[in-house]
Design a protein around this ligand. Structure first.
Ligand SMILES: [Zn+2]
Length: 185
């Protein structure tokens, strides 16, 4: 199979292949000949085909995700403002911490965060996750008020409060990405 490709010459020492948006990009040393490049491509045909197919499938899956409308997002934010503070209130004494302000945000990159002052931020999209997954994020952030890092001591605390934390965290790792994709824009 012949691929159309773009060659980018630079001071590098060897030929490197990558695929971007389904298109093959060859990074080559300035002295590389056309034959060198063709040979490198021929040697990686399987990988190139697989990568192009994988990217096409991922793109298709992304397009299938229905975006939340602005109105749905607002409704979700309002619901989150009721639900999440109640969960924080429930878990804070179990962790043994007090907290400051709770803010609900629409974020594309994170599920929760906290400040040194004890203020907490949560993503309203957590409402679309299973309730125990939402709780796991609440516990995670509350435990940061004791341990401002991801040290072993932090995870001991997290698992003390929520023994099946790892399972919920794994769910978020697996599915969180497509939830975040439902955010507009
Ligand atoms: Zn953390």
């Amino acid at each position: 199979m012949a691929f159309s490709y773009t060659v980018k010459y630079s001071d590098r020492k060897s030929i490197g292949l990558s695929v971007k948006d389904g298109h093959l990009i060859v990074r080559a040393p300035r002295r590389a000949s056309r034959a060198d490049i063709e040979k490198a491509i021929a040697g990686h045909t399987g990988w190139i085909e697989k990568t192009i197919a994988k990217q096409a499938a991922a793109k298709e899956a992304d397009e299938d995700i229905s975006k939340l409308t602005e109105r749905e997002l607002r409704a979700l934010g309002e619901q989150a403002l009721k639900v999440i503070p109640a969960r924080v209130k429930h878990f804070a004494p179990l962790v043994g911490v007090t907290y400051g302000r709770i803010t609900i945000r629409n974020q594309k990159t994170r599920w929760g965060s906290c400040s040194a002052k004890g203020n907490l931020n949560f993503n309203c999209l957590l409402l679309l996750a299973p309730p125990e997954v939402m709780d796991s994020v609440v516990v995670h952030e509350l435990c940061h008020l004791k341990h401002m890092d991801h040290s072993p001591a932090f995870y001991v605390e997290v698992r003390r409060v929520m023994p099946d934390y790892d399972k919920h965290h794994a769910w978020l790792k697996e599915n969180g990405h497509s939830l975040l994709k439902r955010m507009l824009g």
